[in-house]
Design a binder for this molecule. Structure first.
Ligand code: SF4
Length: 479
């Protein structure tokens, strides 16, 4: 047999290699049935074929960097210094012992002949396609010398790191550590990573690691899967969602411009004009307000709705503004209004007002919730429908579904792909909290590792006075 090149492995490929490769492939799909040193059985008529020899195999723990952000743990099987396969790694929790096809095919990508394996330096004009291979030392020195030059000239903050969703697994955290050590700037764009910007601002989570377990979705009655197709893009959570539907009766509502595989499993599919999800959220908020469905008690106790915003500059009123605390100290808490007409800190007033404008010792202020309502008042289900192409009756039905909880939202990175994605996410978060669907079992924001953070354990805040309504407003010309 002629020797050739095995696709993706970049080395001679003959019949014997094929037999060994077949064993690897069989083991890869055999989900844990792989035997170390096991040669493939010879079939009828193959007695003249050489026997594949046993080789030692080492198994290392690894983590999938498939880009979905799930971070599934896996076994990395190495023979003769080469990765021959990856397999799922047993976790303490059976539902976490998963690996999708991307995770199972890592070896192909590691050895793909088109993979960039060395630092390359452009030697021609931009676009000419002329590159030369350089050493790692030269690459590191070239980059760090440039960083030093910029920092000396303009200060450390003049260097900036730009993260993207294609690199949200552990590598990205090393990059963040480096950025911190350098004192460089972190750019979190409103596109692609908008969810990571809006999420912390809306729910106060610490990036990726807090919140309740994914199994909480089994307590969810209605799950709005909004701009995400987990059966293909986030397999880590897809089985939780489908199990919730099949075994716990969770109603799946998919909001997506495309009839995805996830949509094909949905109890209700809501097609939407791409990039107009913020309008739908505002249409739903309009219904909540006009039909008195807003959970005002929740807004008062668990969100920033009662915080007072200074008309003058749009910042929160603090005790230091009233001469009751020193600015910048931990005693300098936000101020709220009490029903008896007094003003005090959020720690002092248990049931603050969420509506109203006041004059507090000469400072004109308005509650955060009133500022949001000003923006909600600009919308009706009808005007939202004109923008997002979702029928008025469906917008009303979605609002009613939200308050018939426990309801939750699974927002995905699909909404990141449009300008001002941050504002879109913020409007969805605000709508969910107005419906009172945060902070209780089965409610909140469901997702993969990146959204575990937003689950039931985080009940910090929600509405971003001034910034949110203005940001939402700013996307209107784009519709
Ligand atoms: S679900 Fe995501 S993290 Fe897990 S194996 Fe697939 S691509 Fe990798």
């Amino acid at each position: 047999m002629r020797e050739g090149k095995a696709p993706g492995f970049g080395r001679p490929f003959g019949r014997r290699s094929f037999l060994k490769g077949s064993a690897v492939a069989a083991a890869a799909v055999g989900a844990g049935s792989f035997s170390v040193g096991c040669a493939p059985k010879q079939g009828k008529g193959s007695s003249d074929e050489p026997q594949a020899q046993s080789v030692e195999e080492a198994v290392y723990p690894g983590i999938c960097r498939g880009g979905c952000g799930g971070g599934c743990q896996m076994n990395v099987h190495v023979r003769e210094g080469k990765i021959v396969k990856t397999s799922r790694r047993e976790q303490s929790h059976a539902d976490s012992t998963r690996l999708c096809n991307r995770g199972l095919t890592h070896a192909l990508r590691v050895y793909d002949e088109n993979r960039l394996k060395h630092p390359m330096k452009r030697v021609g004009e931009r676009g000419e396609g002329k590159w030369e291979q350089i050493s790692w030392d030269e690459a590191v020195t070239t980059i760090t010398d440039k960083w030093k030059e910029v920092a000396e000239k303009h200060g450390p903050g003049a260097n900036a790191f730009l993260k993207g969703s294609g690199n949200i697994t552990p590598d990205a955290h090393h990059g963040l550590l480096l950025r911190s050590l350098m004192g460089a700037t972190l750019l979190d764009p409103a596109q692609d990573r908008a969810l990571y910007v809006a999420g912390p601002a809306a729910a106060g989570y610490s990036k990726y690691f807090c919140g309740s377990a994914l199994e909480d979705v089994y307590n969810t009655k209605n799950l709005l899967i909004w701009g995400i197709n987990p059966t293909e893009s986030l397999s880590t959570i897809a089985h939780y969602i489908l199990r919730a539907q099949q075994e716990h009766g969770t109603k799946l509502i998919v909001i997506d411009p495309t009839f995805t595989i996830t949509a094909s499993k949905a109890d209700m599919f809501v097609p939407i004009h791409p990039g107009t999800d913020g309008a739908l959220a505002f249409g739903m908020m309009s219904v909540l307000v006009s039909e008195n469905l807003v959970d005002e008690a929740f807004l008062a106790s668990d969100t920033v709705a009662p915080l007072l915003v200074k008309d003058e500059d749009g910042t929160y009123l603090r005790l230091s503004d009233l001469g009751k605390a020193e600015a910048g100290t931990k005693e300098d808490l936000f101020a709220v209004a009490a029903p008896d007409g007094s003003f005090g800190s959020v720690a002092e007033i248990a049931a603050p007002l969420i509506r109203g404008s006041f004059d507090v010792e000469g400072i004109a202020v308005t509650t955060s919730y009133d500022l949001l309502l000003e923006r909600v008042a600009e919308w009706t289900p009808e005007s939202a429908s004109e923008v997002c192409d979702v029928p008025v009756e469906t917008i009303k039905e979605l609002a009613h579904i939200m308050v018939d909880g426990p309801s939750a939202v699974a927002p995905g990175l699909g909404l990141d792909h449009y300008t001002n994605g941050v504002a879109t996410y913020a409007s969805i978060f605000a709508m969910t909290m107005m419906a009172g669907q945060v902070g209780k079992p089965g409610t909140g924001f469901k997702g993969g590792s990146l959204l575990k953070a937003l689950l039931v354990g985080c009940r910090t805040l929600l509405l971003i006075p001034r910034m949110l309504p203005k940001a939402i407003c700013s996307i209107l010309p784009l519709f």
